[in-house]
Design a binder for this molecule. Structure first.
Ligand SMILES: NC(=O)c1ccc[n+]([C@@H]2O[C@H](COP(=O)([O-])OP(=O)(O)OC[C@H]3O[C@@H](n4cnc5c(N)ncnc54)[C@H](O)[C@@H]3O)[C@@H](O)[C@H]2O)c1
Length: 254
């Protein structure tokens, strides 16, 4: 497997790469020698992180995408291929979050959550799969959530938990197709991570403080805690790992 890694292009696409877990993953993979396509719906964020990667000595490009929109994903992945080359690693981290209880949940709110997370993961995996199959090598890491396993632990996350549970099922199913092609497909289900998404979701700081107080490891996660798990899953050390859900969560869910 070490041979496969060395002979494959070390080109990684990170969706949602402009912030939080995606940004930390892009920086980590760049430090490990990958060239990085930073994809985000926010072009300023995407370009800023691409500049950070370039400054570290790797090739990079920042590109705008809405992962929920088929044409946008197709066009953007074509741009990645022409700018960097065929894709060997995908980290699917683009995401949104809000707390919406059932009495306020519109169909549009529910649909957008599913579209960004589940449809977006599907579209980006499909685009990457072709390149990876041709190379007989690929690493897909889909960012799910503990909410996809335990429902989120409180009210207002039914749409988010449904989307994340869908990503877990999708990841497991796709691993059966990827394996014979040399493609591993895994998910990471983070616990609470300190990112703009968490801080902007509308929950009071006191809720986060209460969660952290119950964690065996007694601290909120940092984006780098998840980037480390991403690095493991794309490494040769994980060449026999597929269809799995790795959940760095401070011990909050065991
Ligand atoms: N922060 C947490 O506690 C936590 C826990 C579990 C899972 N997650 C998941 O991790 C992933 C990353 O979250 P984060 O905490 O780093 O959030 P973040 O807000 O810091 O980063 C998410 C990025 O995704 C981008 N994005 C949003 N919608 C998009 C779209 N339609 N197309 C392309 N890009 C889009 C945003 O612009 C942003 O840059 C998400 O899937 C999130 O659900 C986060």
């Amino acid at each position: 497997m070490a041979v496969a890694m060395e002979s494959s292009n070390r080109i990684a696409v990170v969706t949602g790469g402009g912030s939080g877990i995606g940004r930390a993953s892009a920086r980590k993979l760049a430090a490990l020698g990958f060239d990085i396509a930073v994809l985000d719906i926010d072009p300023v964020r995407a370009n800023t992180v691409a500049e950070e990667v370039l400054a570290s000595g790797r090739r990079a490009c920042g590109l705008i995408v809405d992962v929920a929109v088929e044409d946008s994903v197709r066009t953007t992945f074509d741009a990645v291929r022409s700018r960097l080359g065929p894709i060997s690693v995908l980290v699917s981290s683009a995401g949104i979050a809000d707390f919406t209880t059932m009495d306020r949940m519109t169909a549009a709110t529910f649909d957008r959550m599913i579209a960004v997370h589940l449809r977006g993961t599907f579209l980006c995996c499909r685009e990457s799969f072709t390149d990876m199959a041709q190379q007989r090598f690929g690493r897909i890491v889909n960012i799910a959530s503990v909410a996809g396993i335990n429902g989120g632990g409180g009210p207002g996350l039914s749409h988010y938990a449904a989307a994340k549970a869908g990503i877990i099922g999708f990841t497991k199913a796709l691993s059966f197709e990827g394996g014979p092609l040399g493609i591993t497909v895994n998910a990471i289900a983070p616990g609470l991570i300190d990112t703009p998404l968490t801080r902007g979701a509308g929950a009071p700081d006191s809720l986060y403080d209460a969660i952290v107080a119950r964690l065996p490891l007694r601290r909120i996660g940092q984006p780098e805690d998840i980037a480390g798990a991403v690095a493991y899953l794309v490494s040769d050390d994980a060449s026999w790992v597929t269809g799995q859900v790795l959940s760095p969560n401070g011990g909050g869910s065991v």
